[in-house]
Structures are given as structure tokens and as C-alpha cells.
Design a binder for this molecule. Structure first.
Ligand code: 0RQ
Length: 498
């Protein structure tokens, strides 16, 4: 049967106030880019007439500005999950305009299937191909598309001709059974394919909107002295692990988080002559992986998205035969699946906003209050990894903030899941250490020298116990920053009866 075509404006007019809408993509990669703009326009028109118009937005991860940005600025979002990186949205979350639910990315699709968010009214997905029998081929990000497309009453497909149809074959798209009949996820190697190369839905519910929109991929900050040193420390840690027999000499698949530091770490690993050629089992495949693939250092990459700059994606599209043999894009509940991560022995490398002296990690909240981005997939990988690593520069904001504090102001990853922390100063190996030893390891190896005596003082004044914790001073660094603009001005409080 013939597919139904509409303009983006006509498709957007189908969406109603309070609808639950699931979007394709993962980061800016693979997101719809035109229909959300018309939904935003509609919201503004309805608001001008005094009518309510907000939707609930479910995605795979963060999205592009043409989705999260435009909808936020039109005040068209009521609820948002599971991850974002958009400046406008960040402000709207932190001023209470958007209800934001931050969660592990691998759980988003199953939570929707379990009914935790109610029904899915519409799915809006970007595709490079859609067929009359209901086969939808995503572009460079998969996310939760299989689940929301299957559950939605209508699927609006942005057929984006900027992406080549020849991408077909790069994806692996299964959807698991849910408990009590769930079976194992049969990914036994990074390259294993366990699904189809497309999403299949009833063609009756498909509405196609033709577009021709470039990606929204900006570049990365150049590697600076600090990020280069962190990368070097990570690479040296792996070389030592292999030499001392704690890591196979053939190496293990690598997951690396999103952002400038993660990109720099991968680049440093690629440059190291002593690390063998390796595989990647990750969520976002960034520019550094593509470069390493071409030089032969990365053999194969499994991910959920090609989160690369526009020159990089254009290069991939021009050399699809080469990259289709070396890349597979999966839904987020497969790319980030803890069962697979533990089976494959993935090395997880993620970035912290702050860590405390015992190894608890805050990945999300600045000063414990303001949401930065979200936990993303860092928890999916960290808890199940062969070795879980957090990297961070020792200080932020010109040294006025120490990334190492007496106690994290918000906790995303607990001391139980965090094995190694690496800054530009060195490597804190927390494995097999008690809290007191962990604190000394972190202070001596990772903390900026300006803050080392201050943290030693905190420990000295804290009551003895399994973990020396001083409730009067646990947030004294944060307090000093709020009150004076510099954590180094910390003053210690004494208990009232001391
Ligand atoms: O702010 O840009 O205003 O200067 O945080 O920091 O150093 O540029 O590092 O780009 O790698 O981002 C943790 C946010 C790091 C990111 C985080 C400020 C700092 C700067 C960015 P400015 P950098 P990155 C996969 C895995 C959680 C989710 C995750 C992240 C800005 O990596 O969101 O791991 N991770 N997902 O100045 C105040 C501190 C600070 C601080 C840094 N202690 N206090 N500000 N900053 N430390 C992703 C997916 O799941 C898709």
C-alpha cells in the first residue's frame, strides 16, 4: 500500500496538548529536525490565544537544538526524560519550568514498555529510508526508536534525504522480551548482530514528512595540556594493568563517555604504541574513534549513535563501505546493556563533575543543585564494567573549584562501583582499599596541590569510624565557594559541644 505523506506543519498539527511523544536519536545524531519546530510554533500560537499547550518528551538521550532547544524556548515541554545537554533546556529545568527525570539510558525504553510514563501517543523519528511495508531505517542515532515506534498510535517519519539510503545495514535493531519471559541478550562479541537492519511497524500508522536537513554536529574543544595529561595517565594505567596481568594483553572493549575530556582520552589511547588495537563497545561514537578506525587502531565500534562533527559524518557517508564493516548502531537498551557490558568486560571511562575523597561521584549537579546534563549512560557502564574509571581535571573555574571535595553534593555513582579515578596529576587506584586508604590515594595522586593540605585537615578533624565523616564540615568547600567564590577560603566549623 502507498505511504501517507504530509508537510511538517500538517504532521505537527496532529500533536495535542499533553501528548506523550517519543523521539528518535541519541545526542543530536538521528533526531528529527523539522516537525519539532512546527510543534513549537503551534505551542506559541496556542499560548497567544490563552490555551495550554505542552507535551511530554521521551528520547534516547540528549537531542539537537532543533528539538530540545526550540521546544523549550516555546515553553512547549511539560516533562522530559532521560538526558539533555541543551543550554535553554538546562535553564528551564533549573528554574522549574520543565519536570526532568534523569535516569540510566539503558532503562528508558523498557520503562516506557513497563508503563511507567503512560501510553505513547506519537513517535517522531528520523529515517534515511521508509518502505511501503513499514520498514523504517534510522539515520545516525537509534535510541528508543524501536519501542516508541511500535507503541505509538502514529509514527511521523522525517525522511531526511541529507542521509544516504545506503546507510541501511549499519544498524542492528532488536527489541527484547520483557520479564517474566525475557531471555539473555545474545551479544557475545562487540560485532554480534542480533536484530534486523530496520524498525518494522504497521505501515497504516506511518506518516512521512520529506526533509533535507544537515546534522547539528559541532566540533570538540582542542586537546589542551590538562586533557592531554589525563589521556596520557589513562593510557599509562592500561599499560601497567596489562604488564602486571590484571588486564588481558589482547585488551578489552572500551566505553568512553561524551564530551571534550572523553574525546581527548580516546585520542591519547590511540597514540600509545603499547596499547594493542582495540574494539569499542559504547553509547556515543565520537570523532576520535573514527580517526582511530581509519588508522587501524580501533578495529570495530558498537554504539547507539555517530555523535560526530558534520565534516566527520560527511566523511563517513562518502566512505560508507569502509565504515559499514566496522560500525554497528543499536538501540540504547542494547548499546548500554549492563548484562552485555559485564559479559564483554568493558572498560568504562566517564567524566565526573566532582568526586569525594572516598570515591563517590557526582556526574550531574553543580554545587548539588543545578542540573548540568544528566547521568546519561555512565551508570549503565560503570556498575558492570571490568574496570570503571572516572576522569576529571583536578580543578574547575580557574582553580576556584576543587573537583575533589570532602563529600559530593549529589551522588550518581557510589564508592562501591568506582574502581579508579584519574586527574592530570595521576591515577588513584581504589581497588581493594578501605575508606581511609582510598582518601589518601585520592588526595596524594589526583588532588591539586593547593587543596591537598585542606583535605588532610578535614580528615584529621573528622570523627573516627569506618569512614571519617564530619557532618559539620562535609560541605565546607561548597560553602566557601558560594560565599567567597573560591573553595580555598574554606573555614572549618567546630561541633557546638566541642
Ligand atoms: O563549564 O563550559 O562553563 O567552562 O562543567 O566541563 O571540563 O569541559 O568537560 O565536556 O567532558 O563535560 C561531567 C559535564 C563534563 C559531562 C561533564 C564545568 C566546567 C565546564 C564541562 P564551562 P569540561 P566535559 C555518556 C556518559 C555525565 C554523563 C555521562 C557529563 C563544564 O561529561 O555530562 O557521563 N557527564 N554520560 O567548568 C562546577 C565543578 C565542575 C564544573 C566541571 N566541579 N563545579 N562546574 N565543571 N566540573 C553520554 C551519554 O549518555 C549520551
Amino acid at each position: 500500500m502507498a505511504l501517507k505523506f504530509m508537510t511538517a506543519e500538517e504532521a505537527a498539527a496532529l500533536i495535542n496538548n499533553n501528548d506523550n511523544v517519543g523521539f528518535s536519536g541519541f545526542t543530536h545524531a538521528g533526531c528529527p529536525k523539522v516537525v519539532p519546530g512546527f510543534i513549537a510554533k503551534r505551542a506559541e500560537e496556542e499560548h497567544a490565544k490563552g490555551n495550554p499547550f505542552k507535551i511530554n518528551v521521551f528520547t534516547g538521550a540528549s537531542t539537537g537544538d532543533k528539538l530540545d532547544g526550540v521546544l523549550t524556548r516555546a515553553k512547549a515541554i511539560n516533562f522530559r526524560a532521560p538526558y539533555q545537554t541543551n543550554k535553554s533546556m538546562r535553564e528551564a529545568i533549573n528554574n522549574g519550568e520543565i519536570k526532568y527525570c534523569d535516569l540510566h539510558l539503558s532503562t528508558m525504553a523498557q520503562d516506557i514498555r513497563y508503563g511507567y510514563y503512560g501510553k505513547v501517543d506519537y513517535a517522531i523519528v528520523e529515517a534515511c529510508e521508509v518502505t511501503e511495508n513499514g520498514e523504517i531505517v534510522p539515520t545516525c542515532g537509534v535510541g528508543i526508536s524501536p519501542t516508541v515506534s511500535r507503541l505509538a498510535k502514529k509514527v511521523i517519519v522525517e525522511l531526511n534525504e541529507w542521509n544516504p539510503r545506503a546507510m541501511r545495514g549499519m544498524h542492528d535493531i532488536p527489541e527484547p522480551q520483557d520479564p517474566p519471559t525475557r531471555e539473555d541478550i545474545p551479544v557475545y562479541g562487540v560485532h554480534d548482530r542480533v536484530g534486523k537492519d530496520h524498525i518494522k511497524v504497521d505501515p497504516d500508522k506511518i506518516i512521512v514528512v520529506r526533509t533535507n536537513e544537515p546534522n547539528e554536529g559541532s566540533g570538540f574543544a582542542p586537546v589542551d595540556e590538562v586533557t592531554a595529561k589525563i589521556g596520557e595517565n589513562v593510557a599509562n594505567f592500561f599499560i601497567k594493568e596489562m604488564a602486571e596481568g590484571r588486564m588481558p594483553k589482547t585488551f578489552l572493549p572500551v566505553q568512553s563517555g561524551v564530551g571534550n575530556i572523553a574525546n581527548a582520552v580516546l585520542a591519547a589511547m590511540g597514540e600509545s604504541k603499547e596499547i594493542p588495537d582495540f574494539d569499542v563497545y559504547t553509547e556515543v561514537i565520537q570523532d576520535a574513534v573514527i580517526g582511530l578506525m581509519e588508522s587501524g587502531r580501533v578495529k570495530f565500534a558498537s554504539g547507539c549513535s555517530l555523535t560526530v562533527s558534520n565534516p566527520c559524518i560527511e566523511h563517513i557517508y562518502q566512505n560508507l563501505d569502509f565504515f559499514k564493516e566496522r560500525i554497528v548502531l543499536r538501540p540504547s537498551e542494547y548499546s548500554n546493556n549492563p548484562e552485555v557490558v559485564r559479559r564483554l568486560g568493558v572498560i568504562a571511562i566517564n567524566t565526573a563533575i566532582e568526586a569525594d575523597i572516598y570515591g563517590n561521584i557526582n556526574s550531574t549537579h553543580v554545587m548539588g543543585t543545578k542540573m548540568m546534563n544528566g547521568i546519561g549512560g555512565s551508570g549503565d557502564f560503570t556498575r558492570s564494567a571490568y574496570v570503571s574509571i572516572f576522569v576529571t581535571p583536578s580543578v574547575a573555574k580557574d582553580g576556584k573549584i576543587s573537583s575533589f571535595v570532602p563529600m559530593v553534593a549529589h551522588q550518581d555513582h557510589s564508592e562501591h562501583s568506582v574502581k579508579v579515578i584519574i586527574s592530570e596529576y595521576g591515577v588513584a587506584d581504589l581497588r581493594g582499599k578501605c575508606p581511609e586508604e582510598r582518601a589518601q590515594e585520592i588526595i596524594n595522586k589526583c588532588v591539586h596541590p593547593d587543596y591537598r593540605p585542606l583535605l588532610q585537615e578535614y580528615i584529621k578533624n573528622a570523627p573516627k569510624g569506618q569512614t571519617r565523616f564530619d557532618m559539620y564540615n562535609a560541605f565546607a568547600f561548597h560553602e566557601a565557594f558560594q560565599e567567597t567564590g573560591d573553595m580555598k577560603n574554606v573555614t572549618w566549623r567546630k561541633p557546638k559541644n566541642a
